[in-house]
Design a protein around this ligand. Structure first.
Ligand SMILES: Cc1cc2nc3c(=O)[nH]c(=O)nc-3n(C[C@H](O)[C@H](O)[C@H](O)COP(=O)(O)OP(=O)(O)OC[C@H]3O[C@@H](n4cnc5c(N)ncnc54)[C@H](O)[C@@H]3O)c2cc1C
Length: 309
């Protein structure tokens, strides 16, 4: 109930217009978002790199409604790739096709993302296409397979969500292509028709997808903070003789930092997804929806910090 309310609120632009200037909300956001500018985000990446953690930078922003906005987002991604290379940081980027114009037309989204991919290719870097709600699954996978992957096989990958009933088929399709996949549970509220309503099924489907990707896929990204699943990945890798450099764990900026560092100490690869930018509100609301206890946790921290000032 709370989760669906938070997800509903995440889509309300008017509420964002109100909270974006509220100091308390901005402080909550700073736990999960690495500032509003490229410079603050790159600084966060440098700090992660110093701990042996790689990153994927995400310029926050969802669907855009004009071609100019889509092209501007594409331009900003080119700048991010340039600056990552300039500073020799261990980082790639994650993009949402809707932020690059997919909702205006598939052709525009393809054109803009291909420019980003050309630049990534120059630097031998990588662009992950984040997965949005199930309304976009087919469009995103089709665009990937037909217009992006054939020309940029080493520079582009997709995301699959274990919440969706279709996902094991998509895993097999990806494994046949030998493309790189990030597997996650899925952050969107989906109808039962397409998604498992029970968390136990989402988790079971995650493990099944993860096994197939680890065994037959191409360098999967295991994106989760779920320790049971992480332990299963480690166990499975040992059992099947899968070397630790054939996959990576991925987590979100500000979530389970203890576990991120522990995995690196244990010899595993760890990448942190680093979102930044002024459009932080829908992202923050999705993170709070995943773990509503965060609201109390962060409010408590903010109060503590202000008392100690
Ligand atoms: C690198 C990365 C990329 C992602 N990309 C996408 C994407 O492209 N599309 C998409 O739909 N979703 C994406 N997600 C989000 C994902 O789908 C889940 O919503 C999110 O990761 C929470 O699920 P979980 O696997 O951690 O498991 P859960 O079962 O939700 O959580 C397991 C445990 O992790 C901890 N935890 C989880 N979330 C939080 C949090 N917000 N704050 C504090 N603790 C928490 C808690 O201890 C919890 O008990 C991504 C996640 C990651 C890590």
């Amino acid at each position: 109930m709370l989760r669906s309310s938070l997800l509903y609120l995440s889509r309300q632009q008017r509420i964002f217009d109100f909270v974006k200037n509220v100091d308390f909300a901005r402080k909550m956001a700073s736990r999960f978002v690495a500032g509003e500018t490229v410079s603050t985000a790159l600084e966060a990446v440098a700090q992660l790199n110093a701990k042996g953690i790689t990153a994927s930078l995400d310029l926050l922003g969802e669907s855009v409604f004009s071609e100019a906005e889509a092209r501007e987002t594409g331009r900003q991604y080119l700048e991010i790739l340039d600056r990552i290379a300039e500073r020799k940081l261990q980082a790639n980027v994650s993009v949402k096709l809707t932020a690059l114009g997919q909702d205006i037309s598939d052709a525009l989204g393809v054109e803009v993302v291909r420019e980003v991919l050309e630049r990534a290719k120059q630097y031998n870097s990588f662009v992950r296409l984040d997965m949005e709600s199930s309304a976009y699954t087919d469009r995103t996978l089709d665009t990937f397979e037909q217009h992006l992957y054939p020309d940029f096989p080493a520079n582009v990958g997709v995301v699959l969500q274990s919440a969706l009933r279709r996902t094991l088929d998509d895993v097999d399709r990806a494994n046949a292509l030998k493309c790189r996949v990030r597997i996650c549970k899925g952050a969107y509220l989906e109808p039962e028709r397409v998604a498992f309503p029970d968390k136990a099924d989402v988790d079971r489907n995650y493990v099944a997808a993860m096994h197939r990707l680890m065994e037959h896929g191409n360098y999967p990204g295991i994106a989760t903070h779920d320790e049971v699943i992480i332990n299963e990945a480690k166990r499975f890798a040992k059992e099947r003789g899968i070397a630790t450099d054939r996959f990576e764990f991925q987590m979100l900026y500000g979530v389970r930092r203890d576990l991120q560092e522990q995995l690196v100490r244990d010899g595993y690869r760890m990448r942190v997804y680093v979102p930044f930018g002024s459009q932080w509100y829908p992202y923050l609301m999705r993170r709070l929806a995943e773990r509503p206890a965060n609201i109390a946790f962060m409010a408590g921290n903010i109060v503590k910090e202000s008392l100690h000032r």
